[in-house]
Design a protein around this ligand. Structure first.
Ligand SMILES: C[S@@+](CC[C@H](N)C(=O)[O-])C[C@H]1O[C@@H](n2cnc3c(N)ncnc32)[C@H](O)[C@@H]1O
Length: 307
């Protein structure tokens, strides 16, 4: 009886979540966008044989797909100098999603050799300032008001602002057309674990602003921690609506078993707990255990057309 009740509860929760995610998608892309999402979903279903691996990173092909284990090992093997230890983790969880997003964006910088870049939502990350600050013009924008930060996070944020040596910092919410960020001026705009925090109703301006600040032919590289197909497709659609060139359809297949080859990179709750919340916070662990499942990150590489 208990088991039936449990499975019924789970089905209801899944259906409610699906409904909520469809509402978010509608808010993000509008009705026309929803129709297009259905179209690209159908195209993706018909393209089951398309394989992907790290090739599409090496050849600079446009991409929109889950990061895989092979991506991470390839990136870490090729760019050991760009790997980032999770700062708050006593375990040094170098394989977390932020670590993957960081080495992915570093790879794009190394590959594209941009002259002027913008990082959205750096938090207290100093990685890019240290690695690339001397070679190129590095801008960042962060409003520092997100996710109800506690006092120590705010202190770390302000400390990083003092310690970065090469950065032009704009305090603000990207998507508000900040005048400090000039039109058609950046070669690359990137972010790591930021875009999932942007509210659905702000998404269209968020990507239009990105389009505005990029030079024609400029690129975006993002690591977006979304683990829901509907929301992933809405993200793809809103980027396309802003005018970016993307691959023909979002490839959001998730592979979990070894025999499927190149499994999707997951961050499990243990990593979230050790990496970001602190090993001694038993209270946090209790509340985390209620969050079902794991999460993955979508790697995005899209371009503003030349003309
Ligand atoms: C989870 S943290 C990630 C920090 C950093 N990218 C890293 O890898 O450590 C998200 C950051 O994004 C910032 N953020 C969220 N939405 C933003 C927006 N629209 N414009 C600027 N910053 C934003 C938050 O203030 C926060 O610093």
């Amino acid at each position: 009886m208990d088991r039936t009740a449990n499975s019924l509860t789970r089905s209801i929760i899944t259906a409610l979540k699906g409904f909520k995610n469809n509402l978010f998608a509608l808010q993000t892309v509008g009705l026309g966008g929803l129709l297009n999402m259905a179209r690209t979903r159908a195209a993706a279903l018909g393209a089951k044989n398309v394989e992907y691996d790290v090739q599409d990173m090496r050849e600079g092909k446009l991409m929109f797909r889950y990061a895989t284990v092979n991506d991470l090992t390839w990136l870490m093997a090729n760019y050991p100098q760009y790997c980032r230890e999770e700062r708050d983790s006593p375990k040094g969880a170098t394989w977390g999603l932020k670590a993957a997003g960081t080495v992915y964006c570093s790879h794009r910088i190394a590959e594209l050799k941009p002259k002027k870049i913008l990082e959205i939502g750096p938090g207290w990350n100093r990685h890019f300032d240290t690695l690339f600050g001397e070679q190129l013009e590095y801008w960042m924008i962060d409003d520092a008001t997100d996710i109800g930060w506690d006092k120590s996070s705010r202190e770390k944020f302000e400390q990083a602002l003092k310690e970065r040596k090469h950065t032009h910092f704009v305090r603000g919410f990207f998507g508000g057309y900040a005048k400090e960020l000039a039109d058609n001026s950046f070669d690359l705009v990137f972010s790591i674990s930021v875009i999932e925090h942007v509210p659905a109703e702000a998404k269209q301006d968020f990507y239009k602003d990105m389009f505005r600040v990029l030079k024609p032919g400029g690129a975006i590289a993002h690591s977006i921690d979304i683990f829901d197909e509907t929301l992933g497709r809405a993200e793809f659609e809103v980027i396309r609506q802003a005018g970016f060139e993307l691959p023909p359809y979002p490839d959001l297949r998730v592979r979990v078993r070894a025999h499927e080859g190149n499994p999707t990179l997951f961050e499990d709750l243990g990593t979230v707990f050790h990496g970001y919340l602190g090993i001694n916070r038993k209270d946090k662990w209790q509340s985390l255990k209620d969050i079902p499942g794991h999460t993955g990150t979508i790697f995005v590489y899209a371009r503003k057309p030349l003309a």
